[in-house]
Ligand binder design. Structure first.
Ligand SMILES: O=P(O)(O)O[C@@H]1[C@@H](OP(=O)(O)O)[C@H](OP(=O)(O)O)[C@H](O)[C@H](OP(=O)(O)O)[C@H]1OP(=O)(O)O
Ligand SMILES: Nc1ncnc2c1ncn2[C@@H]1O[C@H](COP(=O)(O)OP(=O)(O)O)[C@@H](O)[C@H]1O
Ligand SMILES: [Mg+2]
Ligand SMILES: [Mg+2]
Length: 369
């Protein structure tokens, strides 16, 4: 039932990956991308010393509501110590007590799923307009659906034209039906297609993706899902991390090109691992530099500027691939709210600068009253 990726590709993929995202191990030097830090931060973490003088006054109190996994991966000791030195402190929100009885907070940083929390944070946002909610729940909801997350991207009018941005042709299949295969063909989607669960619900299942090589295989998939045309991109993808005004790009391993010969040979559906969640080890993958070349800086800045407005988010990353053979034709294939920032080089300093700028803006506002 499950076909197989080309033997060579699979072997290479598994060799390079070493592990899937869940049991994330750093499998090699992460190819650090360009650092675009338009404001004061130099992106360089300061050397930590045990006797680092803690800032006495708290300039910013950040309440956080995160899963244990996210708390462990994001709130690492180095971040807390560097933050404390700038008067920024992180306080765990007690989910068993009313949020309004806790704090006071300057910022509420959250990534929890479920209607209950959504109601709590929306109610809190109404009652506490003075608190920065990172990020607004409505904006987060939009990217929990793989259709709405990409809506509007293809129409972005980018000020910089050193590149162009597209979204792969895709369609949503809400329920099993004999006619869904006909609709896919009528919509002119070309196989192979990447089948992705429609909803991002924080479970591993939301990341179980398949390649569907022919229309007959669609019946083996479990709706609701998005079917997206596969775009050859040479096996390297770009993760564009955004933290407020800061942008950082890293390269990650991705799926190899699918040749016409393979398209003809392989049938059925193929499940594939979370190739891009682990850090790329580009050192041992012979990739053509034109494939691995980072997207132009001005292009990324123009794209992210528009995305911040379109999405209404400050903490997100964008998965982009360069169309194979093109100079700078890019496809956005995924957008993630509050992703695994610990895999972004120097993430601690980036966040300290981000929160410090927030604290300064708050101070300015108080003095202007
Ligand atoms: O597990 P991590 O730390 O690698 O981060 C996951 C992200 O990996 P990335 O940082 O892009 O390499 C991951 O990104 P991808 O979807 O794998 O591109 C998701 O953002 C995931 O959150 P969710 O399951 O979509 O809610 C993220 O999971 P959470 O950390 O939010 O649970
Ligand atoms: N349309 C596509 N064309 C080519 N490869 C794709 C496409 N969509 C996804 N992929 C591959 O699958 C990986 C995971 O897809 P993505 O949409 O980012 O799902 P997730 O949210 O689970 O990360 C991507 O990093 C890329 O390697
Ligand atoms: Mg992704
Ligand atoms: Mg994702």
């Amino acid at each position: 039932m499950f076909g197989t990726l080309g033997k060579l590709e699979t072997a290479r993929l598994m060799r390079d990956l070493g592990s899937s995202c869940g049991g994330f191990e750093d499998i090699g030097m992460r190819m650090e991308g360009e650092i675009i830090v338009p404001h004061g931060g130099d992106g360089e973490g300061e050397q930590l010393t045990e006797t680092a003088p803690f800032q006495q006054t708290e300039s910013l109190v950040v309440g956080y509501a995160l899963t244990p996994k996210k708390k462990n991966s994001f709130l690492q000791p180095k971040l807390e110590v560097l933050a404390r030195r700038k008067g920024i402190c992180f306080v765990a929100i007690d989910l068993n007590r009313p949020l309004s009885e806790q704090g006071p907070f300057d910022v509420v940083l959250h990534k929890l799923l479920g209607k209950e929390w959504q109601d709590v944070i929306e109610d809190y946002q109404q009652k506490h307009p003075e608190v920065t909610v990172l990020d607004p729940p409505g904006a987060i909801q939009r990217i929990h659906n793989r259709q709405s997350m990409l809506q509007g991207l293809a129409d972005l009018n980018l000020s910089d034209c050193s590149g162009s941005i597209f979204v792969p042709k895709q369609m949503v299949v809400l329920k099993d039906s004999a006619s869904s295969a006909d609709k896919v063909v009528e919509a002119g989607l070309k196989f192979p297609l990447v089948a992705k669960p429609l909803w991002i619900d924080g479970t591993a299942k939301a990341h179980q993706l398949f390649l569907a090589y022919d229309r007959r295989s669609l019946a083996e998939l479990d709706p609701p899902l998005v079917l997206q045309e596969f775009v050859n991109h040479g096996g390297v993808m770009f993760k564009v991390f955004v933290v407020g005004e800061t942008i950082k790009v890293v390269r990650r391993l991705s799926l190899p090109n699918i040749s016409n010969c393979e398209k003809a040979k392989v049938d059925g559906i193929v499940k594939f691992p979370r190739v891009s969640c682990a850090a790329a080890s580009a050192d041992n993958v012979d990739v053509d530099p034109s494939i691995a070349e980072l997207p132009p800086k001005a292009f990324l800045e123009a794209l992210v500027k528009e995305l911040r407005i379109l999405l209404g988010l400050r903490l997100f990353n964008v998965d982009m691939i360069r169309e194979h053979g093109s100079k700078n034709v890019f496809y956005v294939i995924d957008i993630n709210y509050f992703p695994g920032y610990a895999k972004m080089p120097d993430y601690e300093q980036v966040f300290v600068d981000f929160f410090h700028n927030m604290a300064q803006a708050k101070q300015k506002k108080i003095h202007c009253k």
